[in-house]
Design a protein around this ligand. Structure first.
Ligand SMILES: Nc1nc2c(ncn2[C@@H]2O[C@H](COP(=O)(O)OP(=O)(O)OP(=O)(O)O)[C@@H](O)[C@H]2O)c(=O)[nH]1
Ligand SMILES: [Mg+2]
Length: 499
């Protein structure tokens, strides 16, 4: 409408209108001046059109967001929120999920390097804690480095079963550490928590950074399909010139360096002496978030491509709140727009949750039944107790009175393993008493606790939805999410009076 009025104004100006008169071209306008004036008019019209388009785009985005389904994922750190999000994407928006494969590849490599770093730290601790100085009596008893006995007093030696070969492998694998630092510097330029986890800041565009990095590093060796570059292999074999600091080409290319380290990684991890040392130091690297050492032989390859399961298991600690927008590619209403908010669950992140409370239809609350574990950020606090406290706060929050709450009792596989290892609930939760230390009883006991708080604290009655999940199991989770999606969709359509 505005465009039509403008056209008729310029084509048929009213000669008596003062504004028209003022805007008339000067009578003595030269052809150059006329061309310049018309160019300016064109520019002004273009800018105006761009502003109109932007307003229309913003309005459409606002409408879309208003009509979209919004879900908030809540729960303490490491409860499985980001893993649930990945399951959502894999199940309902697979194209979107697969587009991010390159970024996840680097995260998985970083996870693996973190596992190796932890392993090397334990070996170092072992060497340091087993160092002794020879005395005349220790020589007489024949104590010394495995396979070697110092023959004079005052010599420092290790009583550890680790030998020179372990030491050499450790030296070679330390080439991975600068790569990890370099990648982390790229991911968090302002520095992050020096953590056992890979951290990312929400909204920092980390997936874009990693995707770009992946495509640039893959061009370093375009014609080496399945083997590490020879220069790197030879550098790794000689202890004098490892690629850690020397060869800048490999500084941020974990693929090449991991491939060159593959045999060492597998050998070290599968070594029975090393496994014994880990046991002695009471360390289970298997329980680290983002554990990939069992898959090192497959991942440390030049042509490694992550599987869907690898991506779902990859660990990135969320800092802040990440908004994920996607369009359902399947289901009852394909094309429906969904927004899923994935928050950081550690204590320092929780104040950022509240602004999202008044605009979500559903909350999926992740609560692992980790009755025997404590919070990383506060080892005085039991994890399960923390989950229950958070759940109570969510249930009683007035802003969430109309929000559907869906409880995922997550990490059921870990609960199963914990109980199988004969770790007793009553030792950590005295009120559990002498009930059977068995998964169905334990789950029911805690589920009833969550249900009780939900019933007692909700500002008005609402149904209690819950699922027992192990969200690293993508197949089982997909089946659960189909039900969750349909439930949320139905509740949403009812609330906007569509059904
Ligand atoms: N064994 C097992 N591991 C799980 C399960 N769910 C998640 N994990 C692992 O637990 C770790 C933490 O999962 P995330 O999804 O990153 O946790 P989060 O809640 O997003 O954590 P923050 O971002 O720190 O708040 C990852 O290494 C996951 O692979 C599960 O059901 N079973
Ligand atoms: Mg997360």
């Amino acid at each position: 409408m505005a465009a039509v009025a403008a056209r008729s104004f310029w084509t048929n100006p009213d000669p008596d209108d003062p504004l028209s008169k003022a805007l008339q071209p000067p009578i003595d306008e030269t052809p150059e001046e006329r061309a310049a004036r018309l160019r300016e008019l064109d520019d002004a019209a273009r800018v105006s059109r761009e502003i109109d388009d932007e307003i229309a785009r913003d309005r459409r985005a606002y409408d879309r967001r208003r009509k979209a389904i919004k879900i908030l994922l809540l729960g303490q750190a490491e409860s499985g929120k980001s893993t649930t999000l990945k399951n959502f994407q894999l199940a309902f928006s697979p194209q979107h999920f697969h587009k991010e494969r390159a970024a996840w590849k680097t995260i998985i490599q970083l996870n693996l390097i973190r596992n190796i770093k932890r392993l090397l730290e334990i070996l170092q601790e072992e060497w340091e804690s087993s160092l002794q100085t020879t005395t005349a009596s220790s020589i007489a008893k024949g104590k010394g480095v495995a396979g070697r006995t110092p023959s004079s007093p005052g010599v420092r030696f290790s009583t550890s079963p680790l030998n020179d070969n372990h030491r050499r492998i450790r030296m070679r694998l330390s080439a991975l550490l600068p790569i990890e630092q370099e990648l982390m510097r790229k991911l968090m330029p302002d520095g992050g928590a020096p953590d056992r986890d890979v951290c990312v800041r929400a909204g920092s565009g980390w997936k874009g950074i990693l995707t770009a990095l992946g495509s640039s590093t893959s061009t370093v060796m375009p014609d080496v399909p399945a083997k590490p570059p020879l220069v790197l292999v030879s550098a790794m074999k000689g202890s004098a010139s490892r690629p850690s600091t020397g060869d800048a080409r490999f500084k941020d290319n974990p693929t090449a360096v991991l491939a060159a380290c593959r045999d060492d990684i597998v050998t070290l991890w599968e070594d029975t002496i090393v496994q014994g040392v880990l046991k002695k130091h009471n360390t289970r690297i298997q329980d680290m978030p983002g554990f990939f050492l069992n898959d090192a032989g497959r991942i440390a390859m030049v042509n490694y491509e992550p599987t869907d399961d690898d991506i779902v298991r990859a660990r990135v600690r969320t800092l802040g709140v990440e908004e994920h927008h996607f369009t359902m590619e399947s289901g009852a209403l394909p094309g429906t727009e969904w927004y899923i908010y994935d928050v950081g669950g550690s204590r320092s992140c929780r104040q950022h949750w509240i602004p999202f409370f008044d605009d979500v239809q559903a909350i999926i609350f992740l609560a692992p039944l980790a009755f025997n574990l404590v919070l990383d950020e506060d080892p005085k606090v039991n994890r399960l107790e923390d989950s229950i406290t958070l759940w109570r706060q969510v249930c009683e929050n007035a802003l969430l009175a109309k929000t559907t709450l869906i409880l995922f009792l997550n990490k059921m596989d870990i609960l199963q393993a914990t109980l199988a290892a004969n770790i007793r609930v009553v030792k950590y939760v005295p009120s559990y008493g002498d009930q059977p230390n068995e998964i169905t009883h334990v789950t029911k006991y805690f589920r009833d606790k969550f249900r009780g708080y939900h019933k007692r604290l909700s500002p008005k009655p609402r149904p209690f939805y819950w699922h027992e999940t192990s969200v690293i199991d993508t197949r089982a989770t997909a089946a659960i999410l189909v039900g969750v999606r349909e439930g949320i969709l139905r509740a949403h359509l009812q609330s906007v009076n569509v059904i």
